[in-house]
Design a protein around this ligand. Structure first.
Ligand SMILES: *Cc1c(COP(=O)(O)O)cnc(C)c1O
Length: 371
């Protein structure tokens, strides 16, 4: 029987079952070790903490189960993205990035790829297919884009990019493997910041690279071993624990976001609301076709910077914070971070609070600021 999202979710908490000996702890032990007992021929055994760690293995096993592909863990989302760039690109290559994606990915290209002779171009997510992919070694997609939640057709990008000889990378941070499955849609590589919903408790940074191509896995593993950007075992242990509840949290967050986006859209103080799950949203038809869920991020505009700040700060069930995907509902006025959006533009990350109580708190804060 082929694995489904439901069967993957069901077996996720039991991945250690087959390896247990009588008396072993059922929860994952934390292995803190730089060195390992290793007399004689060490081949096939743990030798040194930059190469291997049992806690990484366990979290990578979980991620691989969810992605249905081998995964390599990194100390942050940016470390995972860096491993893809520095492990796979060389001087003379050209890269295509979304102009409306995560800002640090563009900064990485500008500050660190360019000086090595790797050029890059930017293109908006909503028109990502326009212009084709000739001349690119790597085409990088982030859909839904962050913070405006435009989307692009992953299958169509993968087909056109592969015809042009490019590799396709999808940053799947906002959706997680339960919300969108880029490798099944034809992407070569998934990168993700597990810092966000995958860990979900806003207490750790982590990232991973997933790919069904063994050469790609070997390249990013080689980069990690050699460049030395390795995850801390305790951080890996926390992510392992977070992943055990991802299905429940993500389900609650997406279900609540669907309810709250609809009500926000009808509130007189709100304009320009974007949520891929709403009928009539520019992203909706494509979202229905390629996403498993519509996600937990909602964006909208309030009339001014002050009103947006007051809305966020006065809402009793909302944290003013950058980042997203945690159990706590949080929001940020994105102009604060330099995104090209109006001053009253808010990105809302719906958390795990009960939806009706959360909506009441949101509505009360909106009513207070007036239109
Ligand atoms: C947060 C984020 C990253 C970077 O992850 P870090 O763990 O902060 O390094 C990359 N891509 C997206 C879409 C993100 O939201």
């Amino acid at each position: 029987m082929p694995e489904t999202a439901r069967s993957r979710a069901a077996s996720l908490a039991h991945l250690r079952r087959d390896g247990l000996a009588k008396g072993d702890p059922i929860p994952l032990p934390l292995t803190m070790a730089a060195i390992f007992h290793n007399p004689g021929d060490g081949a096939g055994y743990s030798q040194y903490g930059r190469y291997s760690n049992a806690t990484w293995d366990a979290v990578e096993h979980m991620l691989a189960h969810l992605e249905d592909a081998p995964c390599v863990g990194f100390p942050s989302g940016m470390a995972a993205i860096s491993a893809v760039f520095f492990g796979l690109l060389k001087t003379g290559d050209r890269v295509l990035l979304p102009s409306d994606g995560y800002h640090a990915t563009r900064a990485l290209a500008e500050r660190f790829l360019k000086p090595f002779g790797i050029a890059y171009d930017l293109r908006p997510t909503s028109t990502f297919l326009d212009g084709g992919f000739d001349g690119y070694r790597l085409v990088y997609v982030e859909t839904p884009s962050n913070p405006r939640l435009d989307i692009c057709d992953i299958t169509a990008v993968a087909e056109a990019a592969h015809r042009a000889g490019a590799m396709v990378v999808v940053d799947n941070t906002t959706m997680t493997p339960f919300g969108q499955r880029p490798l099944d849609l034809g992407a070569d590589i998934v990168v993700a910041a597990d810092t966000k919903a995958a860990n979900g408790h806003s207490d750790v940074l982590f990232g991973h690279v997933a790919s069904r191509n063994p050469d790609i896995i070997a390249a990013v593993t080689g980069w990690r071993e050699t460049a030395g950007g390795i995850p801390g075992p305790f951080e890996a242990w926390l992510v392992h624990r977070g992943l055990e509840t991802l299905d429940v949290r993500f389900d609650r967050m997406c279900t609540s976001a669907e309810v709250i986006a609809k009500r926000l859209k009808n509130h007189h103080a709100v304009s320009g609301l974007r949520y891929p799950g709403l009928e009539g949203d520019p992203s909706h038809n494509l979202a229905r076709a390629q996403m498993e869920r519509f996600g937990f991020l909602v964006s909208f505009e309030l009339a001014s910077e002050d009103k947006a700040e007051d809305f966020i700060n006065n809402c009793t069930l909302m944290q003013a914070a950058t980042s997203f995907g945690g159990v706590h509902t949080s929001a940020e006025r994105r102009a604060k971070r330099g995104d090209a959006v109006p001053p009253g533009f808010v990105r809302l990350s719906v958390g795990c609070e009960p939806a009706e109580e959360l909506w009441q708190a949101i509505e009360a804060s909106l009513d207070k600021i007036g239109a």
